[in-house]
Design a protein around this ligand. Structure first.
Ligand code: 5GP
Ligand code: ZN
Length: 119
């Protein structure tokens, strides 16, 4: 497994920095975002270092599929209300124009009741 020693999410994947885990298997980790934007906000990352969505190659297809398939399962587990009233946002910021701050591929899953929208 390739890790970047300077990458904060690699350190989280290796357990060198603690995180509130939502899911872990041999290839994938999901954990709560440290600065949540909504009642439910967690990140899904590959344990191996992939810099961004712009760095994804054909060889990553199975891993990306596994990450995607985890989204509805973990969204439900973490308290997102059911579709269609509930649901969630799935966000993958990529590069500078995409607003990516941490250069290790991650999917944001953002959901939960948002009472401020009903104002
Ligand atoms: P980006 O802008 O790269 O898509 O988002 C990076 C996300 O990672 C941000 O929402 C930020 O709050 C989160 N984050 C950054 N550092 C840490 C950390 O050390 N632990 C956790 N749990 N989340 C982090
Ligand atoms: Zn990394």
């Amino acid at each position: 497994m390739s890790h970047d020693p300077n990458c904060i999410f690699c350190k989280i994947a290796e357990g060198k920095i603690p995180s509130k885990k939502v899911h872990e298997d041999d290839e994938i980790l999901a954990f709560h975002d440290i600065h949540p934007w909504a009642p439910v906000h967690f990140l899904i990352i590959p344990k191996a270092h992939i810099t961004s969505m712009a760095h994804v190659e054909d060889s990553h297809a199975a891993l990306l599929g596994k990450m995607m398939a985890l989204v509805p399962k973990l969204a439900k587990q973490e308290g997102c209300r059911p579709y269609p009233e509930g649901g969630f946002r799935l966000v993958c910021n990529t590069g500078g124009d995409g607003g990516q701050e941490v250069p290790h591929l991650h999917f944001h899953v953002i959901g939960g009741p948002r009472p401020w929208l009903k104002g």
